[in-house]
Design a protein around this ligand. Structure first.
Ligand code: NDP
Length: 445
């Protein structure tokens, strides 16, 4: 058995039932096999054994009172995965499916993603099995306050700086920040994604979606192409999906789908900025279902389905993990899709990824393509430390440069390891080597 296979077996044995974590580690280790052959010093120092083990995992009870005065109990988590190159950094997810395995997969992906951004950030992830859907503002606030009443003792501006993710937007970040400040009596940048008036950064809310489109632009540039007039399918209709559509429109592409957990809409005329304004209001203010878009604009609604059967040039999966399986990948390829940029984390199953790699299409894995969000969080941390704010133009310019650098670094690593244009290989290797070298330098910790 190869060394990397031994590590995968170890991970599966030690973390039973954590299928998403196994999937993420499997993909990473497949890419790292040639690295381990070139770097015997990593194996000698057991870097991989350490790399797959989070530095710290915190699990805690979150009790709160609902609007009827009834006690509710949720489970909260923070996985502090790796701090070799900087303080832990990564989002909080509030969703009923949240469990330790999902947060460990997100955490290890975050370690590599943050390393790729060129900023000094380690990786972490957290959240709770709390479902914000159908909860009043009051209930969300009570939940966030209780969650932070435990989390505050584990985080800090030089220790661990959480951000948002699924179910955690600017409102939740506000409630969490307020409670931290109240307990600690300190106004410090312990969260990113903050409101603009109290330490937030311009372009943070746009950054993941914009960044995923910038990454797609860079991949196309290797074939001397642009996004103009490309037909695109986007999944999800939350933060990442919304700003993916906005940037694609700006660049002259035509987006024909959006989705949520109830199904997807297909609008052959394209989701113009005017129609996108309706989505912003529907999803961010009224918290409604995507079908309302079809009712309003005469588009088609496909209940309980995903948009991968729609003919397109480019796909931007931007909802959640494993939303695109091998059959979906085949459908996309059969219909002529030749670019996939993952706005979500691990939206494509392992067999789906293999299909894209075999077909040699332009495939940008989430840890590279969606790194614009955390990169801009890194810029927010920088502005907080200096107590100043940069303009939108300045941040957007930095974001574009970071996405280009991530692209070029992953591309170069793919060439160096003999599989030009394989961004999965390139981003896993480039992200890992930087962290592994830092771990070697810092001794057995
Ligand atoms: P939001 O909560 O804003 O939106 C999530 C979207 O995905 C909604 O349309 C939601 O539909 C859909 N969705 C969520 N869970 C499921 C599910 N189990 N099945 C089907 N649809 C689902 O989250 P974000 O846009 O912030 O995050 C989307 C993805 O991008 C996630 O994978 C996240 O980890 C990743 N990401 C986000 C970053 C950020 O900056 N926000 C940074 C990097 C990655 P519904 O409303 O019906 O649940």
């Amino acid at each position: 058995m190869s060394y990397t296979n031994e590590i995968l077996k170890l991970v599966k044995d030690k973390n039973p039932g954590e299928s998403e974590f196994h999937q993420a580690v499997d993909e990473i280790l497949t890419s790292l096999t040639p690295v381990m052959e070139r770097h015997p010093e990593y194996q000698k120092a057991k870097i991989l054994e350490r790399f797959v083990e989070p530095e710290r995992v915190i699990i805690f009870r979150v009790p709160w009172l609902d609007d009827k005065g009834m006690p509710q109990i949720n489970r909260g988590f923070r996985v502090e995965f790796n701090s070799a190159i900087g303080p832990y950094k990564g989002g909080l997810r509030f969703h009923p499916t949240v469990n330790l395995g999902i947060l460990k997969f997100l955490g290890i992906e975050q370690v590599l993603k943050n390393s790729l951004t060129t900023l000094a950030m380690g990786g972490g992830k957290g959240g709770a099995d709390f479902d914000p859907k159908g909860k009043s503002d009051n209930e969300i606030m009570h939940f966030c306050q209780s969650f932070m009443t435990e989390l505050y003792r584990h985080i800090g501006p030089n220790t661990d700086i959480p951000a948002g993710d699924i179910g955690v937007g600017s409102k939740e970040i506000g409630y969490l920040f307020g409670q931290y400040k109240r307990i600690k009596n300190e106004f410090t940048g312990i969260l990113t994604g903050k409101g603009l008036g109290w330490g937030g950064s311009l372009i943070r809310k746009e950054a993941t979606g914009y960044g995923s489109v910038y990454f797609a632009q860079e991949m196309l540039a290797t074939r001397n192409e642009t996004l103009k007039d490309k037909v695109c399918v986007v999944s999800g209709s939350g933060n990442v999906a919304q700003y993916t559509v906005e940037k694609l429109n700006e660049l002259g592409a035509k987006v024909v789908t959006l989705s949520d957990s109830s199904g997807f809409i297909y609008d052959a005329d394209g989701i113009s900025n005017e129609k996108l304004a309706f989505i912003f209001e529907l999803k961010n203010v009224r918290k409604g279902r995507i079908k309302e878009y079809a009712d309003k604009f005469g588009a088609v609604f496909y209940p309980s389905r995903k948009p991968w059967s729609i003919k397109c040039d480019a796909a931007f999966p931007s909802a959640t993990q494993n939303e695109l399986n091998e059959n979906d990948a085949q459908l996309l390829l059969d219909n002529g899709c030749y670019l996939v940029s993952e706005g979500a984390n691990m939206p494509t199953s392992k067999k789906g990824v293999d299909k894209f790699l075999d077909a040699k299409i332009l495939f940008g894995p989430g840890k590279a393509a969606n790194a614009g969000g955390v990169a801009t969080s890194g810029l927010e941390m920088g502005q907080n430390s200096m107590r100043l704010s940069w303009s939108s133009e300045e941040i957007d310019t930095r974001l574009k440069k970071i996405m280009k650098d991530i692209h070029d670094t992953a591309y170069q690593a793919s060439i160096e390891y003999g599989d030009k244009g394989n961004y999965v290989l390139g981003s896993n290797i480039a992200g890992f080597v930087k962290v592994a070298d830092a771990m070697l330098d810092q001794g057995l910790v």
